[in-house]
Write a protein that binds this ligand. Structure first.
Ligand code: BTN
Length: 322
């Protein structure tokens, strides 16, 4: 770890606490000049660090900047193996992680960005990913069971984990709009894009990239016209540590379920959180639109529907409107 990273870890662990330059220098075995340089570099990146004579330096408790150090302090031991890479700007965290996966990076490699310039959504759409107001996170998984259905199971687990994490930090009830959009008060606050690499020879899954985007705050300029009616944010005002805490809680919950340590009943939780069951929906398919009622979610998280003519169906993927 560089001096800058070590100082950030110390400040993040003890927000609002003063440390003298001398104390920090001794703790990290570096010169006071190196401490001063690192503090200035953090300030340049927006960290509010107060300096008071006879007391030293202190990171403001209100700081809400994504960092590996800020996330790590909330992670449970199970997540200790994660390799967190927090970057100021990328085209797409899924895209970058795909390159890393092809180059052989291991399971647990994570890319988190403060801004995506070409954030990708489902069905080839873009995902609005402005700076400072969201979390754009991708994690590389190399599942042992390599059937292609594994990818949709991972998506489902992520949806449950995202709801639980959002609820924990916001105290608001989070729901899932099938397949994998997360809603608060009927507004989409998070979307998930799972991409799998399947071997042409064996048909088995080589790796899965799970990507999730979360709207933490409403962007200053508002959401773009095309999603203004449907998009929402998790918080309506700045939170101390809102982004780092939420990113960590998502990883904690996701990995606990994924590694089978916490619960096998995530399908039940997925059902309980359904925004659509019992409601009239419109199903979009290449053949056109069709009205139906969502009647349930089965063991594979497929949506059970009944059409107006009384016939029924089981949808494995697709797009619906409520
Ligand atoms: C959707 O709602 O259609 C899915 C959106 C998924 C967005 C996330 S943000 C992190 C990761 N990187 C991407 O380019 N996309 C996913």
């Amino acid at each position: 770890m560089s001096t800058r990273e070590s100082i950030l870890a110390l400040f993040e662990e003890h927000k609002g606490v003063f440390f003298s330059g001398e104390e920090i220098a001794a703790k990290l075995s570096v010169s006071r000049a190196a401490v001063w340089k690192a503090v200035n570099s953090l300030r340049k990146d927006g960290y509010e660090i107060t300096a008071v004579s006879n007391k030293g330096y202190c990171l403001s408790a209100e700081t809400d900047i994504l960092s590996a150090q800020g996330i790590r302090k909330y992670l449970i031991p199970l997540c200790g193996f994660l390799n967190l890479n927090v970057l100021p700007e990328v085209e797409s965290t899924n895209g970058l992680l795909r390159e890393w996966a092809d180059a052989g990076k291991p399971e647990g490699s994570v890319v988190i960005a403060n801004l995506q310039t070409k954030g990708r959504g489902r069905f080839g759409r873009s995902f609005h990913s402005p700076a400072d107001t969201g979390i754009y996170l991708s994690i590389l998984l190399r599942p042992e069971q390599a059937e292609p259905t594994q990818a949709s199971k991972i998506t489902t687990i992520a949806a449950v984990a995202a709801c639980e994490a959002v609820e924990l930090v916001s105290n608001r009830r989070a729901q899932i709009k099938w397949v994998n959009d997360i809603y608060l008060d009927d507004r989409k606050i998070s979307g998930i894009l799972t991409e799998a690499s399947v071997s042409m020879e064996t048909g088995s899954v080589e790796y899965v990239i799970l990507g999730i985007g979360m709207n933490i705050y409403v962007p200053e300029e508002g959401f773009p016209e095309e999603i203004r009616e449907s998009a929402g944010a998790i918080f309506d005002k700045k939170q101390n540590d809102g982004k780092n805490h939420l990113a960590a809680e998502f990883l904690n919950r996701f990995l606990s379920i994924y590694q089978g340590i916490k619960r096998e009943d995530y399908v039940e939780e997925y059902r309980r959180r359904s925004l659509v069951v019992g409601r009239e929906i419109i199903i979009f398919s290449p053949k056109g639109e069709r009205k139906a009622v969502a009647t349930g979610v089965d063991e594979d998280c497929h949506l059970l529907v009944q059409y107006e003519d009384g016939s029924t169906d089981r949808l494995s993927s697709g797009e619906i409107h409520v």
